[in-house]
Ligand binder design. Structure first.
Ligand SMILES: *Cc1c(COP(=O)(O)O)cnc(C)c1O
Length: 365
């Protein structure tokens, strides 16, 4: 019987450039710097150049990147943050940790992202920040949301954990709003061999505030100049690994996009695979939408194809948060949570594996 087609297989990306990864480790061992050293600074510069923004600040994870960004960007006197409820709960976790209330907005059927239409109704005067997630690697239509935010003196944060390298209508995802957040969790398009994250900024003032908050709020060593800081440093080993992988990101993203577009074309109604215009999508996840999700998952399993659900529980239905969101109803989010099914997609997929997924999709009806 054929092997299972895995959803992802990180050992293949390690095998692809094992020697370079060993060199990246060795460089750090030789240098003797272990946290926030020359590798982190060099990575920050290389990422800023790649994104075309002024500043990047390395932090310990994508969730910390969100939390520190929210803390840095919240205007005085405001207490709430608007975000989507279909993006895995990371933003909501960060909002709560920063000490604010989450205001959940519904998403668009077309791209599963926030829009002006869904954000505007929840943009009450307490709201100081909006977090837009570029979900599954698809660039959200973020410019109209930015204009709405500016008008209300609300800060805009783009969560690019799944979308590093995606282009919006006017620039790279992560550089359109006030701050952009990245995650280097191993399964992301640019993954470390452990945890890591970063914040992208064009404003020197906001970047400085994040830089202080990531290290106890220190302005200089042992001088706490900003309240609310924590320890969220990026270490040298991860930065060195990420530097060795960054030059491969565009090639990997292209391969991801190719695989995704084959699924998009193979799928027949009632299955739709979410795709996007060439450069707007970096295909972090291949997500099918199907009213009979259970049947589709069974059909793929019968063909020995792994699937998963991103994400099964909207934030307002999470058991630990239910009390915070009584009375919240998000019809599109709730329906899509019952219909989404993630297909295997990673750059090192073998051709025959891609073909098997396409055939199984084409056969389902
Ligand atoms: C992975 C992810 C995060 C969190 O990143 P961590 O590094 O795991 O903390 C945040 N937002 C989105 C959309 C993600 O996919």
């Amino acid at each position: 019987m054929a092997d299972w087609v895995p959803l992802n297989d990180l050992s293949r990306s390690i095998d692809e450039h094992r020697d370079e990864l060993s060199d990246a480790f060795r460089d750090v061992l030789r240098s003797g710097w272990l946290v926030l050293g020359p590798q982190v600074s060099a990575l920050e510069e290389e990422l800023a150049a790649y994104l075309g923004c002024a500043h990047v600040v390395g932090v310990a994870s994508g969730t910390d990147a969100l939390m520190l960004s929210i803390q840095a960007a919240m205007p005085p006197g405001r207490s709430a943050v608007v975000t989507a409820a279909n993006a895995g709960g990371y933003a909501t976790t960060a909002i709560h940790r920063a000490g604010y209330a989450a205001r959940l907005a519904d998403v668009e059927e077309a791209d599963h992202c926030l829009s002006v239409r869904t954000v505007e109704p929840v943009l009450t005067p307490e709201v100081g920040v909006v977090v837009v997630t570029h979900l599954y690697g698809q660039a959200a239509r973020v410019e109209p949301i930015r204009d709405l935010c500016r008008h209300r003196e609300v800060a805009l944060i783009e969560d690019c954990a799944q979308a590093l390298g995606a282009h919006t209508a006017t620039g790279m995802a992560g550089t359109i709003g006030d701050l952009g957040t990245l995650s280097f969790y191993p399964t992301k398009n640019l993954g470390a061999l452990g945890d890591g994250g970063a914040v992208a900024a064009n404003s020197a003032e906001l970047a400085d505030r994040v830089r202080r908050l990531r290290q106890y709020g220190w302005t200089t060593k042992y001088r706490v100049g900003v309240d609310g800081g924590c320890n969220s440093r990026l270490d040298e080993v991860q930065a060195s690994i990420l530097r060795s992988r960054l030059p491969r990101l565009e090639t990997w993203n292209r391969r991801r996009r190719d695989i995704l577009s084959r699924y998009v074309h193979a799928a027949r109604p009632p299955v739709r695979v979410l795709g996007g215009a060439a450069t707007e999508h970096v295909a972090h996840l291949a997500v099918a939408v199907c009213p009979q999700r259970g049947r589709l998952a069974d059909h793929l399993a019968a063909h020995r194809i792994r699937t998963d659900v991103h994400y099964p529980v909207p934030d307002h239905h999470q058991p630990a948060w239910a009390d915070r969101f009584t009375g919240v109803s998000l019809p599109v989010t709730e329906r899509l949570a019952q219909q989404v099914l993630t297909l295997p997609l990673f750059p090192q997929m073998h051709e025959d594996e891609v073909e098997r997924v396409c055939q199984a999709l084409a056969e389902f009806c």
